[in-house]
Design a protein around this ligand. Structure first.
Ligand code: NAD
Length: 361
């Protein structure tokens, strides 16, 4: 297969971790007979320095012309970097919001799984961590409370704020379809999370999810109230496969799920639109504190590239090979500084990339 990618290395550790992900993709290409064609575009602080804006329209056009975008991270130290003296619409993060909007990325996927070798970093009780977990939080990204009309006004001398939570059935249906499609590639279980005992938007969510579920007889599904889900994530995370939810609930639950894995440098993510197109990036930021030192953990970005193989290109075997190589490296005792522990071998960012690429088979 000929895979055409826009690559945004970005700021901070972005260039270091993306270089390692490209190394691993090239090894996949070599072994499985694919070509990865990369065109680099600028976004974030590096784009501000070069062009005066965090993302140019030309860069967006390049991204749109490709099959997928591989992104490192953007932004700098928010207290000291001159980028944060600029008006909000010219700061690095404005580039990220613009590209998500331009590419219509409405489905955010954040896997949270516990590696046997990193169980020590899991903050949950040992008997819960011992059961392990492997879930995918699917969050609706472009609707709901964060995008509804909002205002603050004084009513009868009292300051009053309101935020609107709006979903229409089409917005719910397209994310539900994605959720069930992704469950079909996993353990075929969907937990749809809402607050249907209180919210009308959640009752509509439930109704549409039930309609979509009819087209996926192999997938078992359940509804769960968001407050219960927050508890179940720490009590029995092993029960979850795909957790499907709206924007704000997903924002909170995906951070909770990340937290129980215990290691930010391991967390991949993807944002998809209605086609197979997606933008793939690590969940962490640009880590200015360790940038340029060849210390960052590239695994989150490498696992994001594996998600790209699976969800944009339907190359499941190749994605499995990347994930297996990551597991093997951890089993062999290699660690970057963020996950190092007694009895393991500390390696740099580029060494970690080499070790994973070597183990691809
Ligand atoms: P951060 O995720 O960059 O860093 C938090 C901590 O985690 C730091 O100690 C960092 O060293 C560590 N860390 C993160 N990724 C790591 C990795 N791969 N390997 C080893 N350690 C890692 O969060 P922050 O410090 O709050 O933000 C720094 C900058 O990143 C800000 O400008 C912020 O706006 C930006 N940011 C960008 C994105 C994105 O590009 N999508 C996401 C979050 C934050």
């Amino acid at each position: 297969m000929d895979c055409k990618l826009a690559v945004i290395k970005g700021d901070g550790i972005g260039p270091e971790v993306v270089t390692e992900a490209m190394k691993v993709l090239d090894k996949i290409g070599e072994i499985f007979g694919h070509t990865f064609d990369y065109e680099q575009i600028l976004m974030g602080g590096c784009s501000i320095d070069a062009t005066g804006v965090p993302l140019t329209d030309e860069a967006v056009a390049v991204a749109k012309s490709k099959d997928a975008v591989l992104l490192g991270s953007i932004g700098g130290n928010t207290s000291t970097s001159p980028w944060y003296q600029l008006p909000p619409n010219l700061r690095p993060e404005a580039g990220l919001l613009k590209i998500r909007k331009e590419l219509g990325l409405f489905a955010n996927l954040r896997p949270a799984n516990l590696y046997e070798e990193l169980k020590g970093a899991c903050p949950l009780k040992e008997e819960i961590a011992d059961r392990g977990f492997d879930m995918m939080i699917m969050r609706e990204l472009t609707g709901g409370l964060y995008f509804g009309e909002r205002s603050t006004e004084e009513i009868n001398g009292v300051l009053t704020a309101h935020d609107n939570l709006i979903y229409n059935e089409n917005e719910i249906r397209r994310i539900a379809i994605k959720g069930f499609d992704i469950a079909m590639k996993r353990r075929k279980k969907v937990t749809s999370v809402d607050k249907a005992n209180v919210l009308d938007s959640s009752r509509l969510w439930r109704k549409v999810v039930e309609e979509v579920a009819k087209d996926y007889p192999e997938v078992t599904y359940e509804h769960m109230l968001v407050d219960n889900c927050a508890m179940q994530l720490v009590k029995d995370p092993a029960q979850f496969d795909v957790v499907l939810t709206e924007n704000m609930f997903g924002d909170i639950l995906s951070d909770e799920a990340s937290m129980i894995t215990g290691s930010i440098g391991m967390l991949a993510s993807a944002s998809l639109n209605e086609t197979k197109f997606g933008m793939y990036e690590p969940s962490g930021g640009s880590a200015p504190d360790i940038a340029g030192q060849n210390k960052a953990n590239p695994i989150a970005t490498i696992l994001s590239a594996a998600m790209m193989l699976r969800y944009t290109f339907d190359l499941d075997k190749e994605a499995d090979a990347v994930e297996a190589a990551v597991k093997q490296v951890l089993k062999d005792g290699y660690r970057t500084c963020d996950i190092v522990s007694e009895g393991t071998t500390l390696v740099s960012c580029s060494e970690m990339g080499d070790l994973i690429a070597e183990r691809i088979q």
